[in-house]
Design a binder for this molecule. Structure first.
Ligand code: FEO
Ligand code: CA
Ligand code: CA
Length: 654
């Protein structure tokens, strides 16, 4: 099934009209691409952050490993001196629950106790010694590398591989299992006998699924657009869906330290049989969906019956991983769109700044800033993610940028076009359209290098940009999205003068992806080739990890011939030198990465090995494209998280 087909467009605007400044954009691009040193000295000459010297990496050089070649082998490849070992796979029990059935015959109730399908982004929350005593989870009280919680999203399910007979004979039990394969997992890890193992049973182990009761909070909670026949209050919803990337809130001495699961391609679960409304069309709702059959057994996924149910998805869902009974809560102040993730950084005054990409062709980058320092917000009884301003990004051709507030009553966000702040947040895409935000080449992950203040954003690719090849709804190239038909994608980064909540910024292109050995690809990579960057993660010591998501239909073909399977690379953010560190098995995506605080253990997500290039597998031949991780002895390919360690116990990357 092709449940995660991102290759469509819902943005009909012409934001912004960059064609008149195209010449300037091209000139600018030449400077950006050609002169790393020039860019480094041209931007932010008064920046406090940039003036700071990067502290030397501990335990070895920033990039000390031997880069590996591309691979098309059905296995995980890492550099000499490193090992990768599977920690957990789809269907494994998260606590002392039932074992995985290799023929996929586990029931929905069993799946609710097992690791979900198609794991995506994750975070590692250390547990301290006090936490080990069971009376204090010890958030931020000094990290332990011997015990922690791994929290990971399950973005979507391949419903052909989820059942012995695929999608045939679809019924309510199949809908229930598919919903149970979505959501988030929490597992407890302990360092024992020189390696990490899963604690079973664990009082922290938890599954949140597409059926888990969740709350809705913030300015849009209770709005008429969020009310359904099952929830006339507009404040309660079942489940969080298509949890792609994530975020985590500051870990301080006050009780915060939560996990943010973001809802990306939620539209694909819903079926609209009539002509979609303008709102539905703008969020990609259609009769086609992504092939899910939930609507055939559950009317909440039939938009004709429950027109507001889709409005209850596309949010950021927060929960406390240290409290398995906590209610996941959708934070509507962060806006509704295809949230790739929600990366949180604090200002000097402890305001929280949250970045999100809307991953669809020609959509926007968003930033949220809390109105108050987060400890003060809690003291006043206001949640810091419920009380703040959402902005959409405009990337100007001269290398400057600005954040445009999605505030009702300001600029074009007034009646009759918009009716309230809640309306602006539910229809955030239309609000950003009206503000003239910059249409980007599919914003995926964003992360912040706290040492330099650079914020990095991957723009994975965009086949609907520029005039070649001709087609509908193609914005012209612009400075921040400089390539027509951008098949390889690129990475931008921006920086402020002093702090993350400033209204303007300076941006530059960190790398145009492709093959630097083939000038026709236009790549500016300094080192190993890659394309379709998706995950990006700045480790505590400042290594820039880049993960790729070349679609299954494209891997090894056309522009991607010779690029091998999807991979993870490590870049030095100062020199931009980039080395390939890991290559995944066949037809997988590499997504999700985090290190323990000592950087000596890395967790890496391997998603959808063996997904059919057509998007539709054959239930009679589930191992046709991959049999990873078990190999021929296994029943079917399984999304998994692997642990990467250095054989000498050293820091990952050295
Ligand atoms: Fe789920 Fe945009 O990746
Ligand atoms: Ca992604
Ligand atoms: Ca992607």
């Amino acid at each position: 099934m092709s449940q995660v087909d991102d290759d469509f467009i819902s943005n009909p605007t012409t934001n912004p009209h960059f064609s008149e400044v195209l010449d300037a954009a091209i000139a600018r691009r030449t400077v950006l691409i050609g002169g790393v040193a020039l860019a480094a000295t041209t931007f932010l000459p008064t920046s406090v952050a940039q003036a700071a010297e990067r502290a030397p990496a501990q335990g070895g050089p920033l990039l000390g490993f031997t880069g590996i070649p591309v691979s098309s082998a059905d296995t995980v490849v890492v550099p000499p001196g490193y090992s990768a070992k599977v920690l957990i796979s789809w269907g494994d029990p998260i606590s002392n629950g039932p074992a995985f059935a290799p023929d996929a015959s586990n029931s929905a109730a069993e799946q609710e106790q097992q690791w979900g399908m198609h794991n995506d982004a994750m975070h590692f929350f250390p547990l301290t010694g006090r936490g080990a005593d069971g009376d204090d989870p010890g958030r931020g009280r000094g990290p332990s590398v011997r015990r922690g919680l791994l929290v990971q999203n399950h973005e979507y399910s391949d419903d052909v591989l989820l059942f012995p007979d695929g999608t045939a004979n679809w019924d309510a039990a199949k809908t229930a299992k598919s919903l149970a394969a979505h959501g988030v997992s929490v597992i407890e890890l302990r360092w024992r006998r020189g390696e990490w193992s899963i604690v079973r049973p664990s009082r922290y182990a938890r599954r949140i699924t597409g059926s888990t009761p969740c709350a809705i909070a913030g300015p849009a909670a209770g709005h008429e657009l969020l009310r359904t026949s099952a929830d006339p209050t507009g404040r309660r919803v079942l489940g969080t869906l298509n949890n792609c990337s994530m975020g985590h809130t500051p870990m301080g001495h006050t009780p915060w330290g939560t996990y943010l699961a973001c809802e990306e391609n939620f539209n694909g679960y819903f079926r609209v049989d009539r002509t979609p409304t303008a709102l539905e069309a703008r969020y990609g709702l259609s009769a086609a969906g992504f092939g899910y059959l939930w609507h055939t057994t559950d009317t909440r996924f039939q938009v004709d019956v429950e027109p507001n149910e889709p409005n209850r998805f596309g949010w950021v869902t927060e929960f406390d991983p240290f409290d398995p009974r906590s209610t996941p809560t959708k934070r509507t102040a962060l806006g509704r769109f295809k949230h790739e993730g929600s990366w949180v950084v604090e200002t000097a005054s402890k305001r929280v700044v949250v970045y999100s990409g809307d991953d669809e062709q020609n959509e926007y980058v968003y930033r949220y800033v809390s109105n108050r320092p987060w400890p003060e917000a809690f003291r006043r009884g206001r949640h810091p993610l419920d009380d703040g301003i959402l902005y959409a990004g405009r990337f100007n051709a001269d290398g400057t940028g600005e954040w445009l507030p999605l505030t009702f009553g300001q600029g074009p966000l007034v009646a009759p076009a918009f009716t309230s702040q809640a309306d602006v947040l539910v229809r955030a895409r239309q609000a950003a359209d009206a503000l003239g935000a910059t249409r980007m080449d599919r914003p995926e992950w964003i992360d912040v290098d706290l040492e330099t203040g650079f914020v990095y954003c991957t723009l994975t690719n965009n086949s609907r940009r520029g005039t070649e090849p001709p087609g509908p709804s193609r914005p012209p190239v612009d400075a921040a999205n400089p390539r027509p038909n951008n098949v390889y994608g690129h990475i931008v980064r921006w920086q402020y003068r002093r702090d993350y909540d400033e209204p303007t910024f300076r941006w530059e292109i960190f790398a145009l992806a492709g093959d630097p050995a083939v000038p026709a690809t236009g790549s500016t990579i300094v080192g190993d080739k890659y394309g379709s960057p998706d995950g990006i993660y700045v480790s505590p010591q400042g290594r820039l990890w880049i993960q790729t998501d070349v679609s299954g239909s494209t891997i090894g073909t056309g522009a991607y011939a010779g690029f091998g399977n999807n991979q993870m690379l490590c870049a030095d953010p100062t020199t931009r030198e980039t080395r390939r560190f890991l290559v995944g098995p066949n037809v997988c995506e590499i997504t999700g990465v985090v290190v323990t605080p000592d950087e000596r253990t890395m967790f890496v997500g391997i998603q959808h090995p063996g997904e059919a290039p057509t998007g539709v597998n054959d239930p009679a031949d589930p191992k046709r494209y991959s049999s990873w991780p078990e190999g021929p002895a296994g029943g079917r390919p399984r999304s998994s998280t692997v642990i990467v360690t250095k054989d000498d116990g050293g820091v990952i990357g050295t």
